[in-house]
Design a protein around this ligand. Structure first.
Ligand SMILES: CC(C)(COP(=O)(O)OP(=O)(O)OC[C@H]1O[C@@H](n2cnc3c(N)ncnc32)[C@H](O)[C@@H]1OP(=O)(O)O)[C@@H](O)C(=O)NCCC(=O)NCCS
Length: 217
């Protein structure tokens, strides 16, 4: 762990936000320490293109969703559907250039914190009619045991940087109206709600746009 002792913990923070004067008691200290540790993990999060070396981590990740009763892995590029990891790797490599039969090019990333696979996120490089209405440019999920640690928020921030590198100026992200965690993830990344539309099953889908401005990510 990065913060060993109390002195180090307090001294290593910006004085204005974390001054001893303001947070002097043990309770505040414990909360600050927890926040600091959480931030340390978030700072270590990286998006990487999947390779064969991630096979074991990917199989455990997929199993965790199944064990949690989640049959779909959002932003996983069909990880839950392919018969083998090797076939899935081939598919996501082909996805990078796929541009026919209603498919657009897509990049799928794993989100790692150290050697732990915590999430998947996918960037669709363009929108077709379906994606414009419902799917959006970006899909993501975080492993059930790793949720509420700030990882999705950071994954989306890093994905927006990748979008910027692809030359994208505006990104559409959609989520179910009742998916508060996803809506908060988008909102924190400066998503602006355009409208709400019903899907085929009558659920309400929210459509958010994020403008990618130089220097803001
Ligand atoms: C949506 C999801 C990716 C969020 O991942 P996460 O790592 O837990 O998100 P974060 O920790 O970054 O939290 C993001 C925000 O959501 C809030 N949040 C997280 N879980 C929440 C919950 N169960 N209920 C309400 N708010 C929640 C957090 O407090 C945070 O809000 P804040 O920035 O205002 O503090 C995750 O719940 C998930 O994988 N869900 C299943 C797949 C899915 O729904 N994908 C999105 C499809 S649109």
């Amino acid at each position: 762990m990065v913060c060993e002792g109390k002195g180090h913990f307090l001294e290593s923070r910006p004085a204005n936000k974390f001054s001893k004067k303001k947070y002097g008691d043990e309770y505040s200290y414990a909360i600050l320490r927890e926040e600091w540790e959480k931030q340390m993990y978030i700072n270590r999060l990286k998006l990487v293109f999947p390779t064969i070396s991630h096979k074991e981590a990917a199989i455990s990740y997929k199993q965790e969703f199944l064990d949690n009763g989640e049959m779909k892995i959002y932003g996983g590029g069909g990880l839950n559907r392919e018969a083998s990891y090797e076939l899935w790797l081939e598919k996501i490599k082909a996805d990078l250039k796929r541009d026919s039969e209603g498919f657009v090019p897509v990049t799928t990333y794993f989100a790692f914190v150290g050697d732990e696979l915590v999430g998947t996120i996918q960037i669709r490089h363009q929108l077709n009619d379906y994606l414009y209405q419902r799917g959006g440019h970006i899909g993501y999920s975080v492993a059930p045991s790793k949720r509420q640690k700030g990882y999705a928020t950071e994954m989306l921030r890093l994905a927006l940087k990748k979008c910027q590198a692809l030359g994208m100026k505006k990104v559409l992200i959609t989520c179910d109206k009742d998916n508060m965690a996803s809506a908060a993830t988008i909102f924190t990344n400066h998503g602006v709600l355009e409208n709400e539309v019903p899907d085929d099953q009558g659920r309400i889908i929210q459509r958010y746009w994020i403008e990618i401005k130089r220097g803001e990510l």
